[in-house]
Design a protein around this ligand. Structure first.
Ligand code: FDA
Length: 310
């Protein structure tokens, strides 16, 4: 969960500048973020693909309320799909992860309609390049509109995936709704700080909910995307796959760049489908602070590196 940390509470620009000024802290950002440019992301992807992993690109940015910037984000994703085709990385091993708030979802009453139009153009470009698209799930105020846009996109692009957050109380029901043939559902624990009225807060409750959602997805006819680094949940997914007769083509593991890299390679070497979430772009701050908040050791490491000023 996104806990209020010293980092999160500080001013974004000041912290960004401080982090970028120190080589050691730049390295902490680089662990989680592939770089600021598309070329950086393509280079990182080529290395992962050569190691037998799949990738999902996320051009960072969120909560955009400037229509010009939302349109630019759409154009950047469309261009990225073209670059993937040109660089030989196109195919279902490559995917675009899209945050609808980066496409203006929350920009006024017609935000959802405009975000859908942008997402449709991204999906059309991805379709031409033969790459996949999955919609990230953001804070709970966006869940209904994200699912509605998923439904609309799937009429033309049935392969569009969507993330579901196990921490939300509604998610077991959403998983049941989404467990139909061809439906790609990325199950995550949930990275946003949410009110107790809509979300579970205790780790064990979230883990139990994750297992419940996993069972529903594996029992259904869809394509589960098991997005967690939690070793117990990875093992439970493997057991559910065995029980439901699913092979590497019927489900996949997904993990974040910089988190349990060894496990990513071990699972891939064991014949599982493993996709690495590859965030990139100058707007890395919000994503980076969520990764820090997930693990106090990351924050301590960053603060120590900042203090060393080397
Ligand atoms: P948990 O946090 O319990 O971590 C399990 C273990 O993984 C830890 O003990 C540690 O070893 C390691 N680990 C986890 N996070 C780490 C970190 N930051 N640094 C170092 N080690 C770490 N969320 C969301 O709300 N919407 C979304 O669309 C997505 N999309 C998404 C895609 C993919 C591919 C992944 C893997 C995750 C997401 N998430 C997400 C984030 C997700 O909700 C969750 O916050 C993180 O995956 C961490 O939760 P775990 O399931 O890994 O468990």
């Amino acid at each position: 969960m996104l806990r209020p940390t010293l980092i999160a509470a500080a001013s974004q620009d000041r912290v960004k500048a401080a982090v970028q000024a120190v080589p050691a802290t730049r390295a902490v950002v680089a662990r989680f973020v592939a770089g600021e440019t598309t070329a950086d992301a393509l280079a990182a992807a080529a290395t992962l693909v050569a190691a037998g992993l799949r990738v999902t690109f996320n051009q960072l940015g969120e909560y955009v309320t400037d229509p010009g910037r939302a349109g630019q984000t759409r154009d950047d994703f469309v261009a990225l799909a073209g670059r993937l085709a040109d660089s030989g990385l196109a195919g279902p091993g490559s995917e675009l992860s899209v945050k609808l708030s980066a496409l203006g979802l929350l920009d006024g009453a017609d935000g959802p309609a405009r975000a859908l139009d942008h997402a449709r153009l991204i999906c059309a470009a991805a379709d031409r390049a033969g790459v996949l698209v999955t919609l990230d799930m953001e804070d709970h105020t966006t869940t209904d509109s994200t699912l509605e846009i998923t439904r609309a996109l799937r009429r033309d692009f049935p392969w569009v995936g969507v993330a579901i957050q196990a921490a939300l109380r509604r998610s077991p029901a959403d998983c049941a709704d989404l467990a139909y043939a061809g439906s790609r559902v990325r199950l995550v624990k949930g990275a946003y700080r949410e009110p107790a009225a809509v979300a579970l807060h205790r780790r064990t409750d979230v883990d139990l909910a994750y297992v419940r959602c996993l069972r529903t997805l594996f029992a259904g006819a869809g394509h589960p995307l098991v997005a967690t680094h939690d070793p117990r949940l990875v093992a439970i997914a493997a057991e559910l796959a065995r029980r439901t007769g699913r092979g590497a083509g019927d489900f996949e593991y997904q993990m974040l760049r910089g988190v349990r890299d060894g496990e990513q390679r071990r699972l891939a070497a064991a014949g599982h489908g493993v996709r690495v979430y590859l965030p990139f772009g100058p707007q890395w701050y919000g994503y980076f602070t969520r990764r820090l908040a997930e693990r106090p050791a990351n924050t301590l490491f960053l603060l120590r590196a900042l203090a060393s000023r080397r």
